[in-house]
Design a protein. Structure first.
Length: 424
């Protein structure tokens, strides 16, 4: 392909990027279908290779022996036979055994499509990036970006990571199902509930106090604050029945949508907010998954997925409150497993780290899927003069022109949220 004006601008050093990757709970399937249908180059070839790897792993006796096994993952057949927007019959692709590898596949394919469409090289992207960040499981894709020297190596490492992510999804689901049986929760199915409850509008202290109260009332210890997305946006994990008890408590702290508080002293007003269960079949970022890590470490050895911190060409920070640069970590894969399965995500710390160490960045490139976590990042980006661009196939018809902010103009720049201004 002929170099585009965007490629020329990147090579000239006009931009400093921060690639960003979203995490669990995002819509990905129709996006992956579009990526596959639209490409006849490296993106489609990569998806085909990933599909073969997932077919191999899901066809093994080891996979079939798991209590969480649902079906052989025949992704290539699904992509070739289904219309965009249609789902394979009988399977919920939000279940983590599917969601975990396929969401990462969508992110990686989005990135390769970005390179393919704009005739940009991976080498120039790494050279023009300050760091790479990922929310929840998105940190894996951030590590892949940082570890690869070329687009070809990115694909090779990503295929290896896809095998690992299949096993991670399987072991997480397997461990959670075993816990439900162990705690006699399998018969207590709660309609519309899931193992992850999103809380908006309340402060961390209020949520923690409510968690402790629910633990005492239910005489259980399965509730955990697992993600802090903003000062008033959090996710709590636990068994659905216990989370419903917590939800009832939290509802009393939030103003009802039709509530008239005009006659109430302002100091006593309840905050507006919302409570919603994420469409996931297992929790993440909780000590409940300790046994899953034990199994997964063995799986990782079997599929031979390993990355050392010295391989990372850019900083990638741990998603917990420590925000450690994983370039200093020996066993990055072991760290990634702990970050996703066991440790609390504090996105506010990640963004504070960006503000402290990488405020010279010009653009955050969000590779999704969908809008990814661009809305969570945009307020901090605004204060730093960093523009957020959603750089995935949802921004249809993208062609780079003179500046990246004019690329993806249709639905791509998050200015529609009222957040962003270009860096001058």
């Amino acid at each position: 392909m002929e170099p585009t004006s965007l490629a020329a601008a990147i090579d000239a050093g006009k931009f400093k990027f921060i690639p960003e990757f979203g995490g669990q709970g995002l819509s990905y399937w129709s996006e992956l279908q579009r990526l596959y249908a639209a490409s006849d180059g490296i993106t489609r070839s990569f998806i085909d290779n990933a599909a073969r790897a997932l077919l191999e792993e899901s066809s093994t006796d080891e996979a079939r022996a798991s209590g969480a096994f649902e079906t052989v993952l025949d992704l290539q057949s699904w992509l070739k036979s289904l219309e965009i927007g249609d789902f394979p019959d009988g399977f919920d692709l939000n279940r983590v055994v599917f969601n975990m590898p396929l969401l990462m596949l969508t992110q990686c394919a989005n990135y390769l499509s970005f390179l393919e469409t704009n005739a940009v090289t991976h080498e120039s992207m790494v050279k023009s990036s300050a760091t790479a960040i990922g929310h929840s499981q998105g940190v894996v894709s951030a590590v892949l970006f940082s570890a690869a020297k070329t687009a070809q190596e990115f694909q090779e490492i990503a295929i290896s990571a896809m095998r690992y992510m299949f096993w991670q999804g399987l072991r997480v689901q397997e461990t959670y199902q075993e816990l439900l049986v162990q705690h006699k929760q399998h018969e207590k199915r709660v309609e519309s509930a899931s193992p992850m409850l999103a809380v908006r509008g309340l402060k961390k202290e209020q949520v923690l106090k409510a968690i402790e109260g629910a633990k005492c009332r239910t005489n259980s210890s399965n509730l955990h604050l697992s993600l802090i997305n903003a000062s008033d946006m959090m996710i709590v994990t636990g068994f659905p029945e216990t989370l419903v008890q917590l939800e009832q408590t939290l509802e009393g702290l939030i103003a009802k949508p039709d509530a008239d508080q005009t006659r109430t002293p302002h100091s006593q007003w309840k905050p507006s907010g919302s409570l919603s269960f994420l469409p996931l079949s297992a929790p993440f970022h909780t000590p409940l998954l300790k046994e899953a890590k034990t199994k997964l470490v063995k799986d990782v050895l079997r599929v031979k997925f390993e990355i050392n911190g010295s391989q990372l060409h850019l900083p990638v920070y741990t998603t917990n409150s420590d925000a450690i640069n994983m370039q200093t970590v020996d066993d990055v894969v072991n760290e990634l497993i702990s970050l996703q399965l066991l440790e609390l995500v504090d996105w506010t710390v990640t963004l504070a780290t960006i503000a402290e160490r990488h405020s010279n960045a010009t653009h955050i490139l969000e590779f999704g899927p969908d809008l990814g976590v661009s809305k969570l990042s945009s307020k901090v980006a605004e204060g730093l003069g960093i523009e957020v661009v959603v750089a995935n196939c949802q921004a249809l018809g993208y062609e780079a022109v003179n500046e990246i902010r004019s690329c993806y103009r249709a639905a791509a720049v998050c200015r529609r949220s009222g957040y962003l201004r270009p860096r001058r």
